[in-house]
Design a protein around this ligand. Structure first.
Ligand SMILES: Cc1ncc(COP(=O)(O)O)c(C=O)c1O
Length: 369
């Protein structure tokens, strides 16, 4: 059988580049606690993302959880169930109640037409997700939030380095977080960051991520340990310098996938404003229409699997269907998200994937019909 292909494969920088930094860490013994490489990485990220304030953390989940805590929210938060477990968990672990909003069929992001009817006098924030890096309707969500005096915190775990109309996606809403997990477009092994234009929010995240400690004798907030260590920060410095070049490699694969798959009846691709959106090209989700394609998502998943292609059913099940939430009584009138989650399949896409491999995947999808 040909080589097995998984949905993703972490990007690594040239070995020598990473080792060069390690020598200095061995000399200084500075391993963590806002070390010099972490600080250097934060400055570079701030510049790269074009944001006012940025703060690194141990992973994307803690970035989101601490960002919500720093915002001092209460009551209900409108969010999407078509996401990874982290988004809903971060809301619930902050003692907040998620209210699930349905998604758009076209790009799987929160449907702005469905937000206002979910707002109550208990709503304090909206937490949309740029799922698979597909940008949410930032303008409309901001207008709704402004009208109802709500905070908007983006789960931008999938959207590192993206631009909408020439503007960094990192500047959307009141704040965003990114994930730097090994499988993401840009990785620090484990890691993440918070970005915002509000210095008070950034300062609070900084305090929370180090146990809420203010000085040697004062602990003012119920924080935790969410610090990024120096080994992660140097991985970030190395990977950041190759991010743009890697992004273009993925774009060639992404474009090929879309060209081939758009011609197959029953295979639907997310639609976005291609002329004005720069993605990071890390995900290739497809929606399988059983009637038109002749087999359903699960059958196609199995067919690919038998050929050594390990696509994933991201995002299935949606979070309101998780056993920890299904009986919680959270509002979830989400027919589109429910249907898409049963039809969606995420195909392999990563920097080192070869065009020949993408061709083989497209051939199998074409041939299985
Ligand atoms: C949408 C979304 N939000 C948050 C996270 C959490 O990020 P991390 O894995 O870095 O904790 C992920 C991770 O995959 C994610 O996909």
């Amino acid at each position: 059988m040909s080589q097995e292909i998984f949905v993703t494969k972490p990007v690594l920088p040239p070995f020598e580049e990473y080792v060069e930094y390690l020598k200095d860490i061995w000399d200084t013994h500075n391993l963590t606690n806002m070390g010099k490489y972490n600080r250097q990485f934060i400055y570079q990220l701030k510049d790269y993302l074009g944001v006012d304030y940025c703060m690194t953390l141990c992973n994307g989940h803690m970035a989101l959880e601490m960002l919500l805590q720093a915002m001092n929210l209460s009551g209900e938060v409108i969010t999407t169930p078509f996401t990874f477990a982290s988004t809903t968990h971060a809301i619930v672990r902050n003692g907040l109640t998620p209210v699930f909003c349905d998604i758009r069929e076209s790009d799987f992001t929160m449907d702005p037409d469905k937000i206002e009817s979910l707002i109550t006098d208990k709503t304090t924030a909206i937490v949309p997700v740029h799922v698979y890096g597909m940008p949410c309707d930032i303008e409309r969500i901001s207008a709704i939030a402004k009208k109802h005096n709500l905070k908007v915190i983006y789960d931008a775990a999938h959207a590192f380095g993206e631009k909408v109309n020439g503007e960094s996606i990192a500047n959307a809403g009141d704040a965003s977080m990114f994930s730097f997990h090994a499988t993401k477009a840009f990785n620090t092994i484990e890691g993440g960051c918070v970005v915002t234009d509000d210095l008070d929010v950034l300062t609070r995240v900084y305090q929370l991520h180090n146990f809420g400690i203010m000085d040697e004798e004062t602990v003012e907030f119920v924080g935790a340990n969410a610090k990024m260590n120096e080994f992660e920060a140097i991985m970030g410095l190395c990977n950041l310098s190759h991010f743009d070049e890697n992004r273009m490699k993925r774009k060639a694969l992404f474009d090929y996938y879309r060209e081939r798959l758009s011609k197959i009846e029953g295979i639907k691709l997310p639609q976005y404003d291609e002329a004005n959106v720069e993605l990071n090209y890390t995900y290739c989700p497809i929606v399988v229409d059983e009637k038109e394609y002749g087999m359903d998502r699960n059958q196609l998943h199995m067919t690919l699997d038998m050929n050594g292609i390990h696509a994933r059913k991201y995002f299935y099940p949606i979070t309101n269907e998780f056993s920890c939430y299904k009986d919680a009584g959270f509002k979830a009138d989400v027919p589109v998200a429910t249907r898409i989650s049963r039809q969606v399949l995420t195909l392999p896409l990563y920097t080192d994937l070869e065009l020949e491999q993408v061709k083989r995947i497209c051939d199998i999808i074409e041939g299985a019909k």
